[in-house]
Write a protein that binds this ligand. Structure first.
Ligand code: FAD
Length: 501
């Protein structure tokens, strides 16, 4: 991870925004002999919509046939097995069910089925009530049928993002964190560079990108700024779209509830989205949500009493046995809803060599690897020469996790590194060695939430009640900063005010 930037460097491609889209695009481009940088305003990757969503790998029957969403959803779903295995992240093809409670719902399900066929979704079936009960004994007895899609699955959204970021950095991408893009200027020569240092290859514009870490120079920009993609585009005079925030609130349950359903349980979609779902997570919890409320505030990730009540009431309609005593957390994510109705991916009409990857609402997580492939094609068409690197390594170094190891394997590992035998998070069985590794890896953690997302320390039943001070200690030691300067998630989010004794 780069802390500073030398004015002599000219990037071929600068990517703005390190969510799941920016990180997957960066990884895709790291296959080629070009200089790429990835700029993120937050102190970590995966801090926007990519950290707070349902984690579903959608089958692809939802999107309008012929749309970019439909095409990239189906392709992303196809790619997910390979990507998850290369990045060593958990991915399960659980299948999904869209439940029908009325004849009107059955009609909607038939429409989804037809749409799925047009989009190229494989293996779908319309099930009757008894077939649904056979697959999912805990869904409501009021269910009269369902659309079954065996290809749907679940993935951890931030692991997909972090894995892609690590792989990109390992393959040569420069990652700049706490690097907020504030302005973009188009010039014939890069800022601060003597003319002889920069022999332009063609007459195309060169971008000078003013950030909180200085001015960067790049031949191409890829705008993956999520909710703020419209503001970034308008810095180059592109006002062709706007992005509106739509909040989704969730409730997360303890692993005791994780086995209540085997697959992703949807209700029929509405104009606002896919409705409230009930799903196991890849880590064995149960997740219900999200709401869909246009808030007008791109920063509002608060949860509300009304929102959570709505989530609970609607989820109980699908799975009546959910036990609210086992709630361990609630959170909200914000969808980036585009004014155009579809993903906006392509070279801007207002500015050559400026590529928008905007309005990536659901199924953006599913589509991320396919979007990365698509962006590569956009760049090729725009004239960027992409020569493959001989030494590109698609495999991320595997993460050793105490909780996934057998006794023998563990014993060997503890002999090599005793920190694997020191458990820091008891709920999720996370060892001190895993926390140290999460900090030392490429694109490593710098905050408590960064550790949480990489290792699950603090994600369990006690939500960090026991392990937070220990994790704080390790962060302080590894980063060489005072104990009371460790932050939760970013600027000023200190956990401690100072010493009492
Ligand atoms: C409630 C909800 C549920 C969802 N469920 C699913 C699902 O189940 N399956 C699915 O496939 N998809 C789902 N999605 C969609 C999916 O989460 C998104 O499509 C995806 O996360 C978008 O990724 P992104 O990288 O475009 O955006 P983000 O993750 O928001 O990343 C954008 C990044 O840009 C950075 N940035 C912004 N401005 C600047 C700047 N000026 N300078 C530098 N950096 C900047 C931000 O800090 C941020 O990190 C869901 C989304 C939501 C909100």
């Amino acid at each position: 991870m780069k802390a500073c930037y030398s004015m002599d460097e000219i990037y071929d491609v600068a990517i703005i925004g390190a969510g799941v889209i920016g990180c997957n695009v960066a990884r895709q481009l790291s296959r080629y002999k070009i200089k790429v940088c990835l700029m993120e305003k937050q102190p970590d990757v995966a801090m926007g919509a990519s950290s707070a969503n349902s984690g579903i790998v959608h089958a692809g029957y939802d999107a309008e046939p012929g749309s970019l969403k439909a095409r990239l959803n189906v392709r992303g779903n196809e790619l997910m097995d390979r990507v998850a295995s290369e990045l060593d992240i958990p991915f399960k093809r659980t299948g999904s069910l869209v439940l029908a409670f009325s004849p009107e719902d059955m009609e909607k399900i038939k429409i989804l089925y037809e749409r799925g066929l047009k989009n190229g979704v494989q293996g779908m079936e319309i099930l009757d009530a008894s077939q649904v009960q056979e697959k999912e004994p805990n869904v409501s007895q009021e269910t009269i049928g369902a659309l079954y899609a065996p290809g749907a699955g679940i993935v951890c959204p931030y692991e997909l993002t972090i894995g892609a970021a690590e792989s990109a950095v390992e393959n040569g991408v420069d990652l700049f964190l706490e690097c907020e893009v504030k302005a973009i200027n188009i010039t014939a020569s890069p800022a601060g560079l003597p003319r002889d240092k920069y022999p332009p290859q063609d007459e195309s514009p060169i971008f000078n990108i003013t950030t909180s870490k200085g001015v960067f120079t790049a031949r191409y920009i890829i705008n993956c700024a999520g909710l703020y993609a419209d503001s970034i585009a308008s810095m180059t005079g592109d006002n062709s779209f706007s992005i509106s925030p739509r909040k989704g609130e969730y409730i997360l349950f303890d692993k005791i509830e994780g086995g209540l359903v085997n697959s992703v349980i949807f209700q029929t979609p509405t104009r606002m989205g896919k409705g409230i779902l009930v799903t196991p997570t890849v880590d064995g919890n149960l997740l219900i949500g999200p709401t869909a409320v246009d808030t007008g505030d791109k920063n509002d990730t608060s949860t509300t009493r009304e929102g959570l009540q709505q989530v609970m009431t609607e989820a109980l309609k699908s799975v009546p046995g959910i036990d609210r005593r086992y709630v361990i957390s609630s959170f909200a994510g914000i969808r980036a809803v585009p004014s155009t109705g579809d993903f906006i991916i392509g070279e801007s009409r207002a500015m050559q060599k400026f590529v928008n990857v905007a309005g990536i609402e659901s199924p953006g997580l599913t589509a991320a690897p396919a979007i990365a492939e698509y962006v590569e094609e956009v760049l090729r068409k725009s004239g960027l020469e992409l020569v493959p690197k001989e030494n590109f390594n698609p495999l991320r170094r595997p993460v050793k996790r105490f909780r996934n190891m057998g006794e023998r394997e563990l014993a060997g590992l503890i002999k090599e590194n005793p920190l694997y035998g020191r458990i820091v998070c008891r709920c999720e069985k996370v060892s001190a060695a895993e926390i140290v590794d999460a900090i030392r890896r490429p694109a490593g953690a710098r905050t408590l939430d960064g550790i949480k997302r990489r290792t699950r320390a603090g994600m369990g039943r006690c939500q960090g009640g026991f392990c937070t001070p220990r994790v704080n200690e390790i962060l302080s030691r590894e980063l060489g900063i005072p104990y009371d300067k460790v932050v939760k998630s970013g600027e000023n989010s200190w956990m401690l005010a100072g010493r009492t004794k």
